[in-house]
Design a protein around this ligand. Structure first.
Ligand code: NAP
Length: 253
């Protein structure tokens, strides 16, 4: 991970779960991090913890469904740290879980605003700066749901499929300009999201025993590895952590 030392990153959804673990992991690798989420009190506490441990971290309040707030988070990284090397498009939601016939159209649309538009907004705001410097890495949080169908998850499956499409389109447009973009499909991870899934009681994922989940820290280690050149072969694809070979490549086992 030596090559990450001195880089800069914006991590969306960094107030808890995979995003918070990724901010800590990247900071441990010497990356200066911007933690972006709606709950500033939580991102502030994590940023303070990183700074006290000798890292560099700044918390910004950011709702990824608002383009101006996402653009401001990217600008903050450039203003404070001089450049943006890494974007982790991690913010995402799964609630409310409901069958299509019972779903609330407004809430369904809000998931599109966060899970799809939020990722597009990150790409739109970061790519021009990355293109002008001729380098950059973007990790989009995907899911097995991008390729599968699960009862009660139409909003989540449809939006993660769209994220995979954004990963492919970005790779097509930006690879020749030095930008590496990879999706991460982590499998099930022990975060608040899985607590909500379990409480729903809908579909087989809600029936999983919590011991089946990997930790947020493991996902974060994989994300840090995906930010290195060693992961270049996965550009434009979803990298699945369910695959044992991939776990080995990422140094997790
Ligand atoms: P989590 O524990 O529920 O955390 C979600 C994060 O997203 C929080 O930091 C939350 O912060 C942020 N967020 C939600 N809405 C936001 C918004 N509008 N603007 C900015 N930030 C927002 O979930 P997680 O498990 O860490 O999930 C992280 C990513 O991994 C998601 O994209 C998820 O789909 C993906 N993923 C998770 C699993 C799993 O099993 N956990 C599996 C596959 C993929 P605030 O509420 O403070 O804004």
């Amino acid at each position: 991970m030596q090559e990450l030392n001195g880089k800069t990153a914006v991590i969306t959804g960094a107030s808890r779960g995979i995003g918070a673990a990724t901010a800590r992991e990247l900071a441990n690798c010497g990356v200066s991090v911007i933690l972006a989420a709606r709950t500033l009190v939580d991102t502030n506490a994590i940023a303070e913890e990183i700074n006290q441990a000798g890292g560099k971290a700044i918390a910004v309040q950011c709702d990824v469904s608002n383009y101006d707030e996402v653009a401001a988070a990217i600008s903050k990284c450039i203003e404070e740290f001089g450049h943006i090397d890494i974007l982790i498009n991690n913010a995402g939601v799964i609630d409310p879980i409901a069958r299509i016939a019972d779903s609330d159209p407004q809430k369904w649309s809000q998931v599109v605003d966060i899970n799809v538009k939020g990722v597009y907004y990150g790409l739109r705001a970061a790519i021009p700066a990355m293109e002008s410097q001729g380098s950059g890495v973007i990790i989009n949080l995907s899911s097995g749901a991008a390729n599968g169908a699960l009862e009660g998850w139409s909003h989540y499956c449809a939006t993660k499929a769209a994220v995979l499409s954004l990963t492919r389109c970005t790779d097509k447009e930006c690879r020749e300009n030095g930008i590496r973009v990879i999706g991460l499909s982590p499998g099930t991870v022990a975060t608040d999201m899985q607590i909500k899934i379990k409480a729903s009681g809908i579909n087989p994922v809600s029936q999983l025993d919590p011991s089946a989940h990997i930790s947020a820290e493991w996902s974060a280690r994989a994300i840090a590895w995906l930010c290195t050149e060693a992961a270049s072969e996965f550009c434009g694809t979803d990298f699945s952590l369910k695959d044992e070979e991939n776990r080995k490549k990422a140094g997790l086992i």
